[in-house]
Design a protein around this ligand. Structure first.
Ligand code: BTN
Length: 247
């Protein structure tokens, strides 16, 4: 992963760019990475936008061909990528970083980054998988309204980090996790995912359908479904069905 690296100064979205390349050109080598200094139409999950200060942060997409992975088990790849990013970031920023379900990168209660995985599916199988990753690295401040919710590596270390060397470390961790998944070592990845999981096994506040509840995250399934122990028993939540509340 990352041997074939294409660096762009500006693009709408690295995910879109890679998608266009996959559909227009000769087959690209697995592990191809597109990074951009400036993404002017970066996309987040569920049709949101992803804004990052140009030149300061990592915004990149990588291409995998996980033919071994049935669509129903796709979340295993989200787990593998989230775990890989944690390992790479831990090596430079130490403890304190977590995965916020399903696959956000958190430090305390601030979001440092996110992942957007998009599949090109044909005949019910994943033909190609585009893994978009955005991490706030050297950005020092965030716009009003975001400042208490967004964070960066700079705010942890108080110094700049070299973007290319961080990218290379992340790519080599993704390669290691991906090979584990391919070799059938899903259980160890899942354990690592749960170990890095924000609020795993601790009682905390959530909001569901506008109502505040208390619960304890006890598991995340292959499909990314969150299991939570609540006063009324064990509940399962799909993406966006539950919101984290900060007291
Ligand atoms: C999220 O948390 O909502 C996911 C954010 C993903 C952002 C990255 S930046 C590189 C890649 N290209 C995009 O347009 N989005 C992803």
């Amino acid at each position: 992963v990352g041997q074939n690296l294409i660096k762009l100064s500006a693009v709408d979205s690295t995910n879109n760019f890679l998608k266009r390349m996959v559909s227009n050109s000769e087959p690209l080598p697995e592990g191809t990475v597109i990074m951009a200094e400036n993404q002017y139409a970066g996309r987040g999950q569920v049709e949101s936008n992803w804004h990052a200060e140009p030149g300061k942060n990592l915004t990149f997409s990588l291409l995998l061909y996980p033919a071994f992975l049935p669509l129903t088990l796709q979340f295993r790849l989200n787990m593998a990528v989230s775990v890989a990013i944690q390992h790479a970031l831990k090596a430079i920023a130490g403890e304190g970083l977590t995965i916020k379900w399903p696959n956000d990168i958190y430090f305390g209660s601030r979001k440092l980054g996110g992942i957007l995985i998009e599949n090109i599916v044909s005949a019910g199988r994943i033909k190609a998988c585009i893994i978009g990753i955005g991490i706030n690295v050297n950005q020092q401040a965030f716009e009003p309204g975001l400042e208490n919710r967004a964070g960066s590596i700079y705010q942890i270390l108080h110094q700049d980090v070299n973007l290319i060397s961080l990218l290379i470390q992340i790519c080599s961790q993704i390669e290691a996790s991906y090979l584990k998944l391919k070799a059938g070592n899903y259980n160890t990845l899942r354990e690592e995912y749960l170990n890095f999981l924000y609020r795993f096994n601790v009682k905390a506040a959530y909001r569901q359908n506008g109502e505040r509840i208390e619960g304890k995250i006890i598991d995340v399934s292959d499909a990314g479904i969150l299991s939570m122990e609540t006063e009324t028993g064990v509940m399962s939540y799909n993406f966006k069905e539950i919101e984290f509340v900060n007291d």
